[in-house]
Ligand binder design. Structure first.
Ligand code: ADP
Ligand code: MG
Length: 423
């Protein structure tokens, strides 16, 4: 299968070639044609499977093939949960539209709104936004969504986790009723299903979530360790292994800061990213990590979600997540695109219950190692830490591979678009 056979325009094929992509990923193969056809799509596929291009390419195709004369109202709106993701999706939109006469912009909180307002004023075809800043600017009458034709929810599961349901509904209420809706998610849960039901009309459903196969392809290890010795142990592992690019997960923002500081004190260059960091600080940390300027990126789950950090050899769970699915997301950062990766978890006594839930989810008993000098203390507390248990969260309902459910809908307004685009 080639990108060309998916029906994309020459300008988009050129941009894709420039990115170095030779063939579409499975999710792209399945999502692009129905989206070009104007169908609503509900798609779930793991992080790193190429979801961004799955919606960006066909929406750019539609908009450029059906140009609006003179005025530039916002015709496509892409909502993402975090600033980093917004910036990343926007970078993709820019890349893919390199050979198109389209304008795009990105808006998110935490930075000065003035340049964003100026960009909006100059006319934008494709807008990438986080819900908060978007609603804020709408309240200031700096943005109108009355002409939106395509509405995209990216990382919909994380949107729900972050409590954006109300905000999403508010945004949708600002868009016309007649629109194409695309919902992309890394996981498929009851909550996503419910959201999809309220937003999507007769959607094509695409699910390329592999069961636990990817999890099993990654070397996973557990180090049982005293809570007080975790910092020393992770530093030892990084030094002994001479690791140069390590993503370390902590459960709290505070913990992330503390750990990054301890690393720096041990001559291991590190930065922390989390929700309390300024946008500039987060962007810089990610850039430095990608370029190899810093060896360790310490991140919380929310900050790391969906970040495009390709091919990491090492992922360390400094603390286990209290939500077992987050473990799968975290270790999904390693061994991408077939490369071998290693995921290590430092587990103290009070986290043993978390470990049990994780092992149950991935249906795998993880091998446990104890390193001399870092032994777990038997008298440590056995009750799990409390914070962060407030998220009511998805339970994966046995995903099947490559399920594609078509529903018949030849009489809806979207088939009109199909005629428009095929000339
Ligand atoms: P997701 O949103 O599913 O987590 P992304 O859209 O961020 O995934 O893509 C993950 C990585 O894969 C990015 O670096 C992207 O440039 C790359 N990528 C996407 N599509 C292709 C493709 N068809 N061929 C090769 N690389 C691709
Ligand atoms: Mg994504």
């Amino acid at each position: 299968m080639s990108f060309k056979s998916l029906g994309l325009s020459e300008a988009l094929l050129k941009a894709v070639a420039k990115k170095g992509y030779t063939k579409p990923s499975p999710i792209q193969e399945q999502a692009i044609p129905p989206i070009i056809d104007g169908r609503d799509v509900l798609a779930s596929a793991q992080t790193g499977t190429g979801k961004t291009a799955s919606f960006t390419l066909p929406l750019l195709h539609y908009i450029s093939e059906n140009p609006k004369k003179k005025i530039r109202p916002i015709r496509a709106l892409i909502l993402t949960p975090t600033r980093e993701l917004a910036a990343q999706v926007y970078a993709n939109v820019k890349d893919y539209s390199a050979f198109l006469d389209l304008k795009s912009a990105v808006i998110f909180g935490g930075v000065n709104q003035r340049p964003q307002i100026a960009a909006l004023r100059s006319g934008v075809d494709v807008l990438v936004a986080t819900p908060g800043r978007l609603l804020d600017l709408h309240g200031q009458k700096a943005v109108s969504l009355k002409r939106v034709e395509i509405f995209v929810l990216d990382e919909a599961d994380r949107m729900l986790d972050m409590g954006f349901l109300k905000a999403i509904e508010s945004v949708i209420n600002l868009t016309p009723n007649r629109r194409q809706n695309l919902l992309f998610s890394a996981t498929y849960s009851k909550e996503i299903k419910r959201l999809a039901h309220t937003i999507l009309k007769e959607p094509i459903q695409i699910d390329v979530t592999p069961e636990n196969s990817t999890v099993k392809a990654i070397a996973q290890m557990v180090y049982r360790v005293a809570k007080s010795k975790k910092t020393a142990l992770v530093i030892k592992l990084i030094n002994d292994g001479n690791w140069h690019q390590v993503l370390v997960f902590t459960r709290t923002k505070h913990g992330a800061n503390r750990l990054a500081k301890s690393m720096a004190n041990s001559q291991i260059s590190a930065s922390a990213i989390h929700g309390n960091k300024s946008q500039n600080a987060r962007t810089k940390a990610l850039k430095d990590f990608k370029s190899g300027k810093i060896r360790v990126l310490v991140a919380t789950d929310i900050a790391a979600r969906g970040l495009d950090i390709p091919l990491l050899p090492h992922v360390v769970n400094f603390e286990l997540p209290n939500i077992p699915e987050d473990y799968v997301h975290r270790i999904g950062r390693t061994g991408r695109a077939g490369a071998q990766g290693e995921a290590l978890s430092l587990v103290c006594t009070e986290e043993l219950d978390y470990l049990k839930s994780i092992e149950k989810l991935i249906d795998l008993k993880l091998s446990k190692t104890i390193i001399e000098g870092f032994e777990p203390q038997p008298d440590e507390a056995t009750t799990p830490p409390k914070q962060g248990q407030n998220r009511n969260r998805r339970h994966r309902n046995a995903p099947s591979n490559n399920v594609k459910k078509h529903s018949k809908s030849n009489n809806n307004q979207r088939s009109k678009r199909r005629r428009n685009t095929s000339n």
